[in-house]
Design a binder for this molecule. Structure first.
Ligand SMILES: Nc1ncnc2c1ncn2[C@@H]1O[C@H](COP(=O)(O)OP(=O)(O)OP(=O)(O)O)[C@@H](O)[C@H]1O
Ligand SMILES: [Mg+2]
Length: 364
């Protein structure tokens, strides 16, 4: 069990590449923190810095409140499963699992006990005598995790551990990792670029971009209240629809228009605070709305027109690509339609006015 804290941590590689900038992050004991971000944003660097495989160039790392900047990897009691994990190919699963314990000079009795524990936990009992090449991808992955787990680390780092698995196996092993973390209560830092993994596994999620933390929040808060348009456009599959809107005042309301259409009216008494900057800024603001908040208008309710530009049929739903009337040609919004959509590309449809609660406003 352990807490991990980073204060203003920076990492610049010897070639001058700045991989982490001013990282402030506090991971609680027993927490599963997921780190997401685009390729090259510094996720693996962050884990390698925590594991002691890379030196920190600025700031302070605290593990259980003790400064750990200069502790060797062996003394950190941190286990890491790498992005491209490798098992020892000539050793059986049992030997792979035993290896880190032999290195620590544990007795053979203790080793046997711990290997049996890990094999049971990860459902590897049947394959203990096999070589890695005789295993499925998912089984290999579990051996790699078992090898890290037998050390009973106080912090467990996983770098895209499921990237080599097919969709079905990913889902299965993902659930197993979540269960494992719950059962062992080990502090875990899990790097992925898969949103489903991030949303389903993370107690909290840290979003990185270009070595800088963009937001740290629970999955719910990240989805419902993204800190910036960048986060809004990163989280969600498909991500939030964004577009430049104009806020104007009518006697009773603030009106939100985009292209030719009034998309929403906001109460003057209780407008979202986030529209305030727009009122001093030529009244223009970046507006966001999630795909599931776009709905067809019924006959009698106020609505706005949009052109269907294309359709993506996914089986359980269709992603309807559309553009509100008069919006710039570059604007591509997406609405979810249940099952197969009856619309045709090129047709005009009428969507219901957007509810204030479903709107997000961001600075440009
Ligand atoms: N040893 C190194 N020397 C110099 N630059 C490096 C080194 N390792 C990584 N980098 C650079 O640091 C940045 C962050 O790399 P990192 O591997 O942490 O990204 P990542 O978020 O894990 O990406 P991916 O999702 O592709 O695995 C990248 O620009 C990368 O090119
Ligand atoms: Mg990486």
């Amino acid at each position: 069990m352990a807490t991990v804290r980073l204060h203003h941590v920076g990492k610049t590689y010897p070639n001058g590449q700045v991989a982490l900038k001013d990282i402030d992050l506090s991971i609680k004991d027993g927490e599963l923190m997921v780190v997401v971000g685009p390729s090259g944003c510094g996720k693996s660097t962050l884990l390698r810095v925590l594991a002691g495989l890379e030196t920190i160039t600025q700031g302070e790392l605290l593990i259980d409140d003790c400064k750990a900047n200069d502790l060797s990897p062996q003394r950190r009691n941190i286990a890491m499963v790498f992005q491209d994990y490798a098992l020892y190919p000539t050793m059986s699963v049992r030997e792979n699992l035993s290896f880190p314990l032999k290195m620590r000079k544990l007795s053979s009795g203790e080793i046997r006990k711990k290997v049996a524990w890990a094999a049971d936990l990860l459902d590897l009992g049947e394959v203990l005598e096999r070589l890695p090449k005789q295993l499925s991808g998912g089984q290999r992955q579990r051996v790699a995790m078992g090898r890290a787990l037998v050390r009973e680390p106080s912090v467990f780092l996983l770098d895209e551990p499921l990237s080599n698995l097919d969709t079905k196996l990913r889902a299965q092993v993902r659930t197993e990792i979540g269960d494992l973390q719950k059962r062992t209560g080990t502090t875990m830092i899990y790097v992925t670029h898969d949103q489903v993994e991030a949303m389903t596994l993370g107690h909290r999620i840290t979003i990185l971009d270009q070595g800088v933390i963009q937001q740290i929040a629970t999955p719910e808060a990240l989805y419902d209240d993204p800190a910036s348009s960048w986060v809004a456009g990163f989280i969600g599959t498909p991500p939030m629809n964004l577009g430049e809107a104009l806020i104007t005042m009518s006697p009773l309301h603030y009106e939100v228009t985009l292209g030719q259409e009034t998309m929403a009216t906001l109460s003057k008494e209780n407008p979202p605070v986030s529209i305030m900057p727009a009122l001093d800024n030529g009244h223009s603001i970046l507006m966001g709305v999630r795909p599931e908040a776009l709905l067809m208008a019924s006959d009698h309710e106020p609505g706005f027109m949009a052109t269907v530009t294309s359709l993506e049929y996914l089986g359980h739903e269709t992603l309807v690509h559309l553009r509100p009337l008069g919006a710039p040609a570059s604007l591509n919004w997406i609405m979810r339609a249940h099952g197969q959509s009856a619309f045709a590309a090129g047709s005009l449809i009428r969507l219901a006015r957007l509810q204030a609660a479903n709107l997000h406003f961001f600075r440009f």
